[in-house]
Design a protein around this ligand. Structure first.
Ligand code: PM9
Length: 460
């Protein structure tokens, strides 16, 4: 029988009730949270699309693993299960476990970046750039221009622009670039993949100049799925095979296990070079925990080892995951809502600049739209625009990214298609009256990673 539709490769065994609030309650909740969805209580949210990070539903097999996690301080059996899973699925020999992705970014940045170094990357990520700058480096964006254009239908908007990279190498010299940070399925570009051909070419260019290639493999499985769909020669390969090939063009990776890996907490730095791993472990024991647990408990590591195998166990998993995101994206495209296209792997991104042309960029259109969507519908998204981009360290001015977005990130295996329908209706209804949304101004602006804890009020 040939299949025309896909369906989730699981059925639901446990449910968690959610509660619809009244508009009056949400007006108060938004004001009390300073119009920042990070500062809201989850109990005040109906459909929570703040993030796909740490919000996945684990399988019964993972929960069973939680019961047999080995909580030994040193040499936990669960750690060795994790080492084997990372080796089998990603292909790296050296594992440095951390409490989550930014723990791995911290350690990688500290062991490789010196004051005055440059770290190129395919668009910035907030915590990644923070740690690069914190270590004395300067981030340089070398993603292709199409990534900054919401309407471009380029199939691999996460690609590195090799000319931009070559220009940087010519300008500053390879010895000032310890590594390139290559993100799979680029989050801030809208969950956009890079092609295998581009990754391979990047690896070759970097190795000619003695520059290491470090992946941010946080959403590599979603990237592998897009390669299978879009790149010639990969349709007959499994996502597991494509994953191994992706990692083969790298010297290591940081991973936030709270995404692809299907757990609620955890992460790791994986490396090939044992000497580099030794340097990483020296810092690990000071900042995260012993080298056989990082920041994780034994049960966390057991569930993670199982999640890593499960994410590539069958292609049906990632098909259904990306398929659900596409379902929401397609409903919005059909209704004429401007979103980042092609629809990304982990969420749908509303183009706030186009939706709210009356709000100047320094009054934070995406932050304002995120708050308005919550107030009107109880759906919680996240700003990914000027607030997230922060300020230039030198001039103190806002970074003004070309993309000013509201991200609706879909947790894995959590919501149903009906939740996607309700979300699409909420966005479409709100866009009937975009002029009712007003700009925002800071009442509190943290010095770094300001989007997490900033507070706002409507501009009078
Ligand atoms: N990403 C997200 O919602 C959670 C924090 S919001 C800033 O998208 C990449 C590509 C990520 C990521 C987190 C991290 C950091 C690194 N790289 O949150 O520390 O998307 O586990 O990972 C979030 P941790």
């Amino acid at each position: 029988m040939s299949r025309h539709s896909w369906a989730e490769p699981y059925k639901i065994k446990v449910v968690e009730p959610i509660r619809m609030t009244t508009r009056e309650e949400r007006v108060v909740a938004a004001r009390e949270a300073g119009y920042n969805t990070f500062l809201m209580r989850s109990e005040d949210v109906y459909i929570d699309l703040l993030t796909d990070s740490g919000t996945s539903a684990m399988s019964d097999y993972q929960w069973a693993g939680m019961m047999i996690g080995d909580e030994a301080y040193a040499g936990s059996r669960s750690f060795y299960n994790l080492v084997e899973a990372v080796h089998d699925v990603y292909g790296y020999e050296e594992l440095v476990p951390t409490h989550q992705g930014r723990g791995a970014e911290h350690i990688l940045s500290q062991i490789l970046i010196k004051d005055g170094d440059y770290v190129p990357g395919n668009m910035y990520f907030t915590t990644t750039r923070f740690h690069q700058e914190h270590a004395g480096g300067t981030f340089v964006d070398v993603i292709i221009d199409e990534a900054h254009d919401p309407a471009s239908l380029h199939p691999f908007k996460g690609n590195i622009d090799l000319d931009k990279l070559q220009r940087l190498i010519d300008e500053v010299g390879g010895d000032k670039i310890p590594y390139i940070s290559v993100e799979t399925n680029v989050n801030m570009a809208g969950g956009q993949p890079m092609s295998m051909a581009n990754l391979k070419a990047t690896y070759e260019l970097c190795h000619q100049h003695g520059i290491l290639v470090m992946l941010d493999a946080t959403r590599a499985v979603e990237n592998a799925w897009f390669i299978k769909q879009r790149e010639a020669g990969y349709n007959d390969k499994t996502v597991a095979e494509i994953m191994r090939e992706i990692c083969s063009y790298s010297d290591g990776a940081t991973v936030s296990s709270k995404k692809d890996n299907l757990v609620n907490i955890g992460g790791f730095l994986a490396l090939r070079d044992p000497e580099l791993a030794k340097a990483a472990r020296a810092l690990l024991v000071a900042f995260e925990g012993l080298h056989t647990y990082g920041g994780m408990s034994g049960r966390d590591m057991e569930a993670l080892a199982r999640g890593i195998r499960e994410m590539v166990g069958t292609d049906d998993h990632v098909h259904a995951r990306v398929g659900q995101v596409e379902y929401l994206g397609d409903a919005l495209i059909k209704a004429g809502v401007p979103i980042i296209r092609p629809v990304g792997g982990h969420g749908v991104f509303l183009d706030a600049k186009t939706i709210l042309p009356h709000i100047p960029h320094d009054q934070f259109p995406a932050q304002a739209l995120t708050a308005a969507l919550y107030i009107e519908s109880g759906v919680r998204g996240m700003e990914r625009g000027v607030v997230s981009a922060g300020r230039d360290k030198g001039t103190g001015d806002h970074h003004y990214p070309k993309l000013e977005l509201v991200r609706l990130a879909i947790p894995r295996r959590v919501y149903t298609q009906a939740h996607m329908d309700v979300t699409a209706e909420a966005v479409i209804d709100l866009l009937q009256h975009p002029e009712s949304v007003t700009g925002l101004q800071f009442t509190y602006e943290p010095e770094s990673l300001r989007f997490f804890q900033a507070r706002f009020e409507p501009v009078a």
